[in-house]
Design a protein around this ligand. Structure first.
Ligand SMILES: Cc1cc2nc3c(=O)[nH]c(=O)nc-3n(C[C@H](O)[C@H](O)[C@H](O)COP(=O)(O)OP(=O)(O)OC[C@H]3O[C@@H](n4cnc5c(N)ncnc54)[C@H](O)[C@@H]3O)c2cc1C
Length: 263
């Protein structure tokens, strides 16, 4: 469901052949990569002198967990090297500021208000529908309201997005009524069902030292236990890898274990 939005957000830049070989990137599926056409630039480290990424992939392969496909398809499982949000030419971090904002910052019809805290959406009714008409925010101690000509996009992060919806009157009616918030839309799912997905990797010692104790999506629980057992077996290998890494700088790569579907 979310895959088309991922595809709109970033471009997957094709790595050089030597990098494909060193990072074991044979999983890259050109057809899948071609679907990613967004402003954020993703690329792979070209530091082919670093032994850790290669060892990471080979270790999981030998343990019977090679990556099963291109993780960007949303269908792969296994250990692999992930792309970073780094521009392939400038080698600078590619982020929403550089990729979305900077190219349009001189537009006269764009105004960015900083150091402002949104308190809630301004909701109204139009043709029998509830519509977001604007936002109410506080800046310098003053409450202000801006009204939208077209649409309001709420992107306040994983916790504050549902919180702002609830403060605006979109959420579980019983909860909102208990807090004297007028209910616009009764939806008991808002603010619920948050699950944390744990990523075991080389730098997470606690992950390897303790059993999985966080909340996992049901369908990946079995795999997570198997992977935890694998991580226990890998500890000895890891010690050897760490010893190797003492001689090299910390890798500019992300080591990943794909636990289930991304979509
Ligand atoms: C430690 C850590 C590591 C991560 N590593 C990765 C990774 O390697 N790869 C990956 O893909 N993802 C990673 N993620 C997840 C990724 O950071 C998030 O999925 C992504 O940032 C979500 O983007 P967003 O724009 O929805 O929200 P956010 O990036 O959270 O942005 C929300 C913005 O809204 C602002 N805001 C919140 N409330 C208000 C308010 N009331 N008024 C005004 N502004 C408000 C916040 O200040 C923030 O700037 C990581 C997350 C964490 C915490």
């Amino acid at each position: 469901m979310l895959s088309r939005y991922f595809q709109k957000s970033c471009t997957l830049n094709k790595p050089p052949v030597a990098v494909v070989e060193h990072l074991s990137l044979a999983y890259i599926d050109e057809e899948t990569s071609a679907k990613f056409k967004g402003p954020i630039q993703a690329s792979f480290s070209e530091d082919i002198g670093n032994p850790l990424p290669k060892a990471w992939v080979e270790t999981f392969g030998e343990l019977g967990y090679p990556v099963s496909g291109d993780p960007f398809s949303g269908e792969a499982v296994g250990g692999y090297i992930n792309a970073m949000n780094i521009h392939p030419t400038t080698k600078q971090r590619s982020h929403s500021g550089s990729a979305y904002y900077e190219p349009v910052q001189s537009r006269k019809n764009l105004q960015v208000i900083t150091s402002a805290s949104v308190e809630k959406l301004v909701l109204g009714r139009q043709d029998g529908q509830i519509v977001a008409q604007g936002v109410s925010y506080v800046k310098d101690g003053q409450t202000q309201t801006v009204l939208a000509a077209k649409e309001v996009i709420l992107a306040a992060g994983v916790f504050n997005t549902p919180k702002l919806l609830e403060l605006s009157g979109i959420g579980s009616a019983s909860l909102l009524e208990s807090l004297n918030i007028p209910v616009y839309i009764d939806n008991e799912n808002v603010g619920e069902n948050c699950k944390i997905i744990q990523t075991p990797d080389l730098v997470s010692r606690s992950t390897m030292a303790s059993k999985p104790s966080m909340i996992w999506p049901d369908r990946t629980w079995l795999l997570s236990v198997q992977l935890w057992k694998t991580m226990q077996r890998i500890r000895a290998v890891r010690l050897r890898l760490v010893a190797t890494s003492l001689a090299v700088s910390y890798p500019w790569s992300t080591f990943s274990l794909q636990m289930g579907r991304m979509t």
